[in-house]
Design a protein around this ligand. Structure first.
Ligand SMILES: [Zn+2]
Length: 164
């Protein structure tokens, strides 16, 4: 029995309370940390269900946009010409499809001018050609030349005006 301060049994029960409260606090921190981990994981790793849905819709879009006979389309910004990259070996190629040219399965065609297709073995080459129809479609070339003439004429006129 102590004469000073707190009796032993009260001291120990206070220590127990403190220990219990420390444990409770540490559990609360653990819970908060777990919640934070869940939030971080959700931010860093998207829900697998979302990923699967996204991949599936991307596949659908790819199938709808290309992957078939009309593998890809491109509208030329300068001429407005509509260019198609055709996969001559696609399963859905129509009976009147542009045929392959030897080992070159990709045919690039200006649908606006219905000119003869140019062929490529690799998709990369076909895509580059699709971006520059003035290099292989005579009519796109003509349009580009006409625009250059108009530009040159405008530039010449501007020079004249400046020279008074
Ligand atoms: Zn063209």
């Amino acid at each position: 029995m102590s004469h000073h301060g707190v009796p032993q049994d009260l001291k120990s029960s206070r220590r127990d309370r403190l220990t219990a409260s420390a444990r409770a606090q540490s559990r609360r921190i653990d819970v908060l940390l777990d919640k934070a981990r869940v939030r971080i994981a959700a931010a860093v790793e998207p829900d697998p269900v979302d990923v699967a849905a996204h991949l599936s819709s991307a596949r659908d879009a790819e199938a709808a946009l290309g992957g078939g006979y009309v593998h890809q389309t491109h509208t030329d910004r300068r001429s407005g010409s509509f260019i198609r990259i055709l996969d001559t070996e696609a399963a859905d190629a129509p009976s009147d499809a542009v045929p392959a040219k030897g080992s070159k399965r990709y045919a690039v065609q200006c649908a606006t001018h219905q000119t003869d297709a140019v062929h490529f073995a690799e998709l990369g080459g076909a895509r580059r050609a699709a971006r520059h129809p003035q290099d292989w479609c005579p009519q796109c070339q003509g349009m580009a030349a006409a625009k250059t003439k108009v530009r040159n004429r405008a530039a010449a006129y501007a020079r004249q005006v400046r020279q008074g």
